[in-house]
Design a protein around this ligand. Structure first.
Ligand code: NI
Length: 179
């Protein structure tokens, strides 16, 4: 089942998210639907608030971009350490159609999370995966990538943001592998 992707202006993107106490069949169904929705939109990452669910869950699949990557599910994630080094990358987001801006983020992180079987993981991550995890994790923290931009940059995006909020610009599958 495809979910409707929630775009800039929807309250759910700015709402607190709840821990998932038990990974039951309903959570597994949500995960399955999120992958379906992400693939249909040609994204490589999707967080629960983007499909109107205020729970701490995101999915990532970088296999269209990187070898040896596969579907990944992050439940109740916690990024608990960031490396000192920072890197830049032009990010996009399914909830911010047509906007792409350079965002500076730490290049390495440490994250704890549960997988779909409830197994706990504690991993050091770098490279593009670290970038995508931070972007999706931000969604769980009510943060969008535009929040990381300077106020000048954000003010230049105002017209486009208003068009997204009014529905004039809609989500479209693109070949940009949005997050
Ligand atoms: Ni996003």
């Amino acid at each position: 089942m495809l979910y409707e992707i929630q775009t800039y202006g929807k309250d759910v993107l700015r709402t607190d998210t709840k821990q998932i106490p038990e990974i039951d069949d309903s959570i597994k169904q949500i995960v399955s639907n999120m992958f379906e929705t992400m693939y249909a939109a040609e994204g490589v990452g999707l967080a629960a608030p983007q499909v109107d669910k205020s729970i701490r869950l995101f999915v990532i699949d970088l296999s269209p971009l990187e070898e040896n990557e596969e579907k990944r599910v992050f439940i109740n994630p916690e990024i608990y350490a960031f490396g000192e080094e920072k890197g830049e990358y032009e990010e996009g987001c399914l909830s911010l159609p047509t906007i792409r801006e350079t965002v500076t983020r730490p290049t390495t992180i440490r994250i704890k999370y549960q997988d779909l079987d409830g197994k706990l993981h504690d991993e050091a991550v770098d490279g593009f995966l670290a970038r995508v995890i931070q972007h999706e994790y931000d969604h769980l923290e009510k943060t969008l990538f535009i929040d990381h931009l300077s106020s000048l940059k954000r003010s230049l995006l105002k017209k486009t943001l208003n068009k997204i909020a009014s529905g004039e610009i809609e989500v479209e599958a693109s070949e940009n592998f949005e997050l």
